[in-house]
Design a protein around this ligand. Structure first.
Ligand code: ARG
Ligand code: GLU
Length: 716
């Protein structure tokens, strides 16, 4: 087994021994590729301590939190830490004006007070295995991309079914190196997850969207949950009888603190990177896709933020939406700027010159010209997709209308399935309730003409959804007048109207849905996308996918000096580096850590993002820091940065020291470094970690949740 692995590694990855700090490594290959270097850098463990299928290892304490974050178990009673922004949706859903856990924080003082979070899940990786050979069986190079994908689906289904045959696990096959390698992942998924604690927003989200993606940072970005299991310690649906889950492994914590250059590693689920793209793909992102999304989101944020300033209710309703919109918006600005600064597309082109020389006369000769052409072809459709998704589907009432598509199709059937229709109505009633709880119609009404006009002004005639004709003809291009009319008429922006409609629904009334102006918009933008945009994306993307598979293989053969790690795909990875500051610009050096002093410096009672609680000020003024102050300067350290290569999905990931002890929670990157999803710049790319000592200080001293501290294993 090991020999086969070594062989694979030698031809496939280990083309040379040069290690950069960049990379998101597969835990299963750690021993061969990284163990030695990690130990030289300061790791005191073996690769087997980090990932093992035979013994409990650190991987058993790391989990997928919800749909897109990481978390870690920190006690033998299933207690877990993740980021505040990862728990944010759950905390917000449990909040109301009377119980505003966002503003006030929440702490369960005993297990009985913990709040179930329906829909929230936690997944543990049981095992991963290389299944490349089985996945590529009956596949050859003469197949079209579609034929290949069909076969891949069949092979993957077979493998996952086999893997799940006699257990309660969930198996998934994932592709690596653009389909040159495949691994199967077996997960155990828990669904009785309860909220245990969260600081108030002005700690958990301190600095808000102003500080988001920024260093220096002072955000106490953590929240605490607990996993519950059935009496057999296996996953179980919520029941008051369930017991705290006993994990195979939980993380010990170190409050010794970090120094510059200390070795750290991050163990978690990075979502997606694109490190091996050709130049035109990079340009498509930085010159077309990012600018479109940035522009549209800026418009949304202007309106939503202005309304949020006006009322605490609106602020609560739109907090989660604004956070999501702003997060991508700011990241893409940083990414485009970063790529521009290093002249990223040019750097790629230089590299490609060398590749092309090498490839001439080989099977790789036509790859780059093909890719260049495919990207040229796909560009206008990628742009159209952004307008469709960000602007067309950006109107909230349109997204509500969209949910009625199934009811329409059920109502049109003969004979009708009355049971299914009734079920659908019940589910729409509950969707409407959720939707209107966080809906402020004036925001939507004000944004509607702005979004539609942006869509219209930037779309060519052949890609234009047909409902725009009405605005041209009937409204003479007056988008505001059009919006005024449709908001007056539609039921999808009016809770009372929509409930009345659902209460008295009969299948023969489905025409009323079809005629509703919000549904008309949904239908029109969606049909237009399906008929005029998607077929082109599908075609060119298939070309790109099959060519990228060869290009990836070619790059590995060509660039023998480089160790290739697979792009992130939301599978478990290890990334490692050193604690380190950076120089954002000439004459400026950023320190590697921040302290509570900085929170007091940033304090501004008039700006929502910079309000500091009296209790925190009191602890600060009295230097009441418990055991959590730094040994050398006596201060509470809040955050630190290091050179670990991380991305979205790594939020909440444990940041560990050389002994494998928890020293912090990863929660962000610096703005100057968000380009690392496309190109890693060791001078500038840093991950931002919440210092575990600040987290414990808040739980212990600020919230007084000492019972939680007692559950942890803390080393000095
Ligand atoms: N930038 C971090 C990450 O991508 C944190 C996002 C949440 N915080 C916020 N202020 N929106 O996800
Ligand atoms: N905040 C990000 C997340 O939610 C992590 C930051 C990053 O993109 O590196 O996963």
């Amino acid at each position: 087994m090991k020999r086969i692995l070594l062989l694979f590694v030698s031809v496939f990855i280990l083309a040379g021994a040069s290690f950069a700090k960049e990379g998101m490594w597969l835990p299963i290959l750690l021993q061969i590729l990284n163990e030695k270097e990690m130990q030289e850098m300061g790791l005191e463990l073996t690769a087997e301590d980090i990932y093992s299928v035979n013994h409990s290892s650190l991987k058993d304490a790391v989990l997928i939190f919800g749909g897109g974050c990481t978390g870690e178990v920190v006690s033998n009673e299933g207690l877990l830490f993740t980021n505040y922004h990862c728990g944010y949706g759950s905390i917000q859903r449990q909040s109301s004006i009377d119980h505003d856990y966002l503003t006030d924080g929440f702490w369960a003082m005993n297990k009985g007070e913990e709040i179930p979070c329906p829909g929230l899940t936690v997944s543990f990786l049981i095992e991963m295995r290389d299944v490349t050979e089985a996945m590529l069986s009956e596949i050859n190079d003469n197949m079209t991309q579609a034929e290949r994908e069909d076969r891949i689906r069949i092979n993957s289904k077979k493998l996952t079914e086999e893997a799940m045959a006699d257990n309660h696990y969930k198996a998934e096959v994932e592709e690596f190196y653009y389909g040159n390698k495949y691994y199967i992942f077996i997960y155990e998924i828990f669904n009785d997850i309860r909220l245990v604690g969260a600081p108030p927003s002005n700690i958990g989200k301190f600095g808000g969207d102003t500080d988001n993606w920024m260093w220096p940072r002072h955000t106490g970005d953590f929240s605490v949950f607990r996993i519950y299991a059935g009496s057999d310690n296996k996953p179980a649906v919520y029941s008051p009888e369930n017991k705290p889950f006993q994990p195979r492994k939980f993380l010990e914590i170190s409050i010794a603190g970090v120094k510059e250059n200390d070795f750290t590693f991050v163990f978690g689920y990075p979502g997606s990177t694109n490190e091996y793209l050709p130049a035109p793909a990079v340009e498509c992102i930085t010159e077309i896709e990012n600018p479109i999304s940035i522009d549209i989101r800026e418009k949304k944020l202007d309106v939503m933020n202005a309304y949020s300033e006006q009322s605490p209710l609106i602020r609560l309703q739109y907090a989660n939406k604004i956070a999501g919109i702003a997060n991508g918006w700011k990241k893409w600005i940083g990414e485009s700027l970063g790529i521009e600064r290093v002249n990223g597309a040019e750097v790629k082109r230089e590299y490609e010159k060398g590749f092309q020389q090498w490839a001439t006369g080989t099977e790789y000769e036509n790859i780059l010209p093909t890719l260049y052409q495919s990207y040229k072809n796909i560009k206008p459709f990628r742009a159209a997709y952004r307008y469709f998704a960000e602007a067309g589907l950006g109107i909230e009432a349109v997204t509500m209308a969209r949910k009625f598509a199934k009811l329409v199709s059920l109502s049109k059937e003969t004979p009708q399935d009355t049971e299914a229709i009734e079920k659908q109505i019940a589910s729409l009633k509950s969707a409407a309730k959720t939707f209107f709880k966080d809906y402020h119609r004036p925001i939507d009404e004000e944004l509607c003409p702005i979004l539609l006009k942006t869509y219209y002004d930037n779309t060519s005639a052949e890609l234009m959804p047909d409902f725009f004709a009405k605005i041209e003809v009937k409204y003479k291009g007056d988008f505001t007048a059009y919006a005024g009319d449709i908001f007056a008429k539609s039921m999808f922006c009016d809770e009372a109207k929509l409930n009345a409609f659902l209460d008295s629904y009969k299948p023969n009334k489905y025409k009323k849905i079809l005629d509703d102006p919000m549904y008309v918009i949904y239908n029109s933008v969606f049909d237009n996308y399906i008929d005029n945009v998607y077929p082109h994306i599908k075609k060119y993307q298939a070309e790109i996918d099959s060519t990228m598979r060869f290009y990836m293989k070619g790059q590995i053969e060509y660039d023998k000096e480089k160790t290739f790690y697979p792009d992130a795909n939301f599978t478990l990875r290890v990334t490692y580096g050193n604690v380190d500051g950076f120089k954002p610009q000439d004459g400026v050096t950023y320190n590697y850590f921040t302290t509570l002093d900085g929170i007091m410096e940033k304090e501004n009672p008039d700006i929502y993002d910079y309000v500091v609680e009296d209790k925190l000020k009191e602890l600060y003024n009295n230097r009441d820091f418990g055991p959590y102050a730094d040994k050398s300067d006596g201060k509470i350290h809040t955050c630190f940065i290091a050179t670990n290569h991380t991305t979205g999905g790594n939020s909440g990931s444990p940041v560990l020291n050389g002994k494998g002890q928890l020293i912090g929670l990863n929660f962000d990157r610096n703005w100057q470094g968000t380009m690392s999803d496309i190109m890693y710049d060791p001078d500038r790319c840093r991950n931002i970690t919440l210092d575990i000592r600040y987290c414990l200080f808040i739980i212990d001293k600020f919230a007084g949740a000492t019972h939680l501290i007692q559950e942890l294993t803390i080393n000095n």
